[in-house]
Design a protein around this ligand. Sequence first.
Ligand code: AHR
Length: 489
Amino acid sequence: MKTLKLTLNPLDKKSHINREIYSNFSEHLGRCVYDGIYVGKDSDIPNIEGYSKDVIDAFRQIKLPVLRWPGGCFADEYHWKDGIGEPSSRKKMINTHWGGVVEDNSFGTHEFMRFCELAGCEPYISGNIGSGTVEELSQWIEYMTFDGVSPMAELRKKNGREQPWKLKYLGVGNESWGCGGSMTPEFYCDNYRRYAVYCREYSGNKLFKIACGPSSDDYNWTEVCMKKIGPWGMQGLSLHYYTLPTGDWGHKGSALDFSEEEYYNTIDKTLYMEQLVTRHGEIMNRYDPEHKVGLIVDEWGTWYDVEPGTNPGFLYQQNTMRDAIVAAINLNIFNAHSDRVYMANIAQAVNVLQAILLTEGNVTIKTPTYYVFDLYKNHQDSTLIYSHIENEEASRAVPCISQSASINEHGEITVTISNCALDRGFDVEVNGFEAKTAAGRILSGEVHAHNDFENPGCVAIKPLDIRIENGKAVVALPACSVVEITLKG
Ligand code: AHR
């Protein structure tokens, strides 16, 4: 087997890797919230106060930092007052974006905030500026965060919550260029500025306001936002980019049934994230050289045709080793750009798009993507260090290897490496750090390998053998694999 040399330099410290890069997204879409996160108190599915216990445990296991809610496009039609008070008397509405199903609003602000407490993550609220009003968004913040006497604080208390919640992350609009109001960037920025004035910081609560950023390569959108809102008006600017194997929204391709050519196309398309983050970052640098505004990649991941026989509006798709490789590559890109990428939220948490969990009745399965988040969790709040690895082409300019290395406050090094090649494995020899102890974990399998409700344990993390040769750690990196190595000096 060919040996690739990985060179580390722990003294060459780059940027802080915010744990928020490992965040997720939950929308009232298909079975993400209802049947996924929230199963109801009377359900046979093991639950804590109605929230799926499996989901809570799984989120805790990967140390999920932040969860975005309630959308997505759903957020642009969400009126938060419909989702408070006695659940049985809450207003029912049509979820026009996602399948036209009835949304009974039984999962609202209190339920979301409680779920975050149970799952140990921070809430990220996506505000409605598409079909909502300035007053509505302003009152929502007052309702959640004001610790005093005011109409909204009184209403919150009447609904059973005495203490305000802490809310840091606030999205001021979602996809305002599309489902969030079909705005021009200029019109959006004017709106942002108006809404943001009334997003008050009550009772010591500091808001991190996130402006709606571009779709994919709409560099003009970024330019206008940086010029008209700038670092004085926002703390984050979002970016949405989905990986479609074909690049064609009309025929995205199957999650399970794909050719080798489609696979490499998928990897090629996902690698485009590197260019997007770089070029949007360059524009941001011109207006914000001090990097005060974080790039918030709050929707990313694969988007395939829905599983046959499922509701087309529910965006339910399976998840294979291909998705694991996609996740590994993107997370390595975000780590590499952590001087600008402050947060990233894969779409979505449960049962939707590149989900980390899939549920059916009382069975919850962890997808290959979930396991990548587990393999990468030690990067959270570590410092990116210099790393370089020898590489070669897997297919048509798609490189085999993607890697990332960080050091934590105890001097422990975490290296994550993926090999997207389907026809070859490598040995990787670690240079530049003499480890006294080394440990590793691996996720690998045939590229179509996945977990389903008959075989929930088909793809899972296994221990990785590490050999020490001439004082250097050497690991085997099979075809289609993702590994985590931890080194202690
Ligand atoms: O994640 C699914 C949808 O994709 C979101 O609702 C929307 O913001 C994006 O277009």
